[in-house]
Design a binder for this molecule. Structure first.
Ligand SMILES: [Zn+2]
Length: 84
């Protein structure tokens, strides 16, 4: 009789572990979905294209650059000043 109880205990533990693992997996999935695109971050994305300011020649990520007249600029002021 004790042996059967022992087996039953192991089955219950296995089921509990599987439920826990499933919950953990779904939790990890939601975390992974939340991470990209938090928005408003100033950090450079790895592998993001760098562009050059046509006025001062500084390099900056494309997402932070100003684009006008087919050129890229580091700031609104340099876009207004145009080519050096
Ligand atoms: Zn500039």
């Amino acid at each position: 009789m004790r042996f059967i109880l022992f087996i039953a205990l192991i089955i219950v533990l296995m089921l509990a572990f599987r439920m826990f693992a499933g919950r953990l997996q779904s939790l990890l999935k939601t975390l992974q979905h939340k991470q990209p695109g938090t928005g408003g971050s100033h950090q450079n994305h790895p592998g993001e294209a760098m562009v050059r300011c046509a006025h001062c020649g500084i390099h900056l990520p494309r997402s932070e650059a100003y684009t006008s007249q087919g050129q890229t600029w580091c700031s609104e002021e340099h876009a207004r000043l145009g080519h050096k």
